[in-house]
Design a protein around this ligand. Sequence first.
Ligand code: PLP
Length: 429
Amino acid sequence: MENSKALFERAVKVMPGGVNSPVRAFKSVGGAPLFISRADRSKIYDVDGNSYIDYVSSWGPMILGHNNAAIRTAVINAVQEGLSFGAPTEAEVKLAEKIVSFAPGVEMVRMVNSGTEAVMSALRLARAYTGRRKIIKYEGCYHGHADSMLVKAGSGALTTGQPDSLGVTDCVAEDTLITSYNDLAGTEELLKKYEVACVIVEPVAGNMGVVLPGEGFLSGLRDLCDTYGALLIFDEVITGFRLAKGGAQEYYGVRADLATYGKIIGGGMPVGAYGGRTEIMELVSPIGTVYQAGTLSGNPVAMAAGLAQLEALENADIYGHINKMGAKLATGLTDIARNLEIKSVVNQAGSLVCQFFGVEAAEDYQSVKMANTNLYARYFREMLAAGVYLAPSQFESAFINYAHTEKDIDDTLNAAQKALKKMRGEGVI
Ligand SMILES: *Cc1c(COP(=O)(O)O)cnc(C)c1O
C-alpha cells in the first residue's frame, strides 16, 4: 500500500481538501492526515506501519472499541442475506424496539442515515407540530450541516441569525435564533420575543471541545419550553447511548420532546434516528403530513450493526468502565498540568474528555474560543509522535471506548507528561 503522504497527494486532486469530512484534514493542527488501514480494540493502524491509542473512535460510534466481534459477526451474517431490499425487515423493528426501550420519552422512532438528517427531520417535525417557524440554537453547538443549523449570531443582542457558510441564504438563517450555551435568561428573552417552534441543544456540548451543562440548565430549558409552548429537542448524536443507555435524558433526568441520534446507533455504519412521543411522531409520513423518506433508511446491514452494538451495551458493565477511564484520564491530565504550572482546564462528562489550554474555564463558546489552539496543535503532534491519536482539533472531544484499558490511559498520561514537560522546557507553554 502507498504511504499516507502519497495517498494524500492523490486524494487532494480528486476530493476537496483530500477528505470527505473537513476535520479529518488536520487543517487546525498542521501537517497531512494519516491514512488508516485498520483498527482493533483501542488501537488504530496507519498505512505507514504505526499504531496509536485512538481517542477519536470514529468521532464516537466505536463505544465498544474497534472491530468488535459481535458487531462484525452480525454484519457478516446480514451481508449474506442481501445488502438492501427497500422493504420492511425484522432488523429495523428490533432496533427501533431497542431504542424505545433504552431512551426515556422515546415512544416511536424513524431511522435515517446520518445525524444531520435526523436533526433536519426533527426540526421540520417541530415546526409542523407547533405551527411556528423560529428555532433556538446555542453558539458552539453543532447539529450537522443542514442549512438552518449553519447559522451564527447576528450583531447586537436578540437579533436573528446570519449564515455561517456560503450558500446558506439569509431567509433560512433569520429563522434560527442564537444564544449562549448555559444562558437561560438569553433563551427566555428569545422565547418571549419570537414565536419559537423548538429549542435544540446538545445536552453536553461535544463540538466545541466538551462543555458541560451548568446546574439547572437542561431542566430550566424544559421549564421554559413548557411555559412558551416550544418543543425541546435534545441532539443526542454524541450523548445518546454514551452517557448512559438512555443518553442524556436518563443521565440528567430531563425529558426532551424529541431526540436525535446518530454515531453509536449505527455501530460504525451510517445510521441516524429521531424519535419522541407517539403524538408528535404520528405527524410523520406516511401516517402524517410531514414528509420525510429515505431509499436506504433502515438498511439491513446497518441495522444489524446497530442492534449488535445496543445489545452489547445492555449486557456488560460498559458504562462503569468507560466512565471510570474517563475520570482517570481527566484527573491525570489535570494533575499533570497543575504540577507543570500550565494554565489549562479539563472538562469531562462520563467518557467524553477535553483538555483546553490557556484558559481556566470552558463554559460556553465565548470562553472556549479563548483557548490557545497553537499550543493544542503542538501538543497534538507530540502526542501523535508518542503513539496517541487525539482529535486533530482543540474543539473536539476525546472518546473513551470499552476497549481502552487502564494501561492505555497510563500510557496516554505518560505521553502527555513528557509532551507538556518538553513544551515547558522549550518555553512554548
Ligand atoms: C456528529 C453530529 C451531528 C451530525 O451527524 P452526522 O452523522 O455527521 O451527519 C449532529 N449533531 C451532533 C451533536 C453531532 O455530534
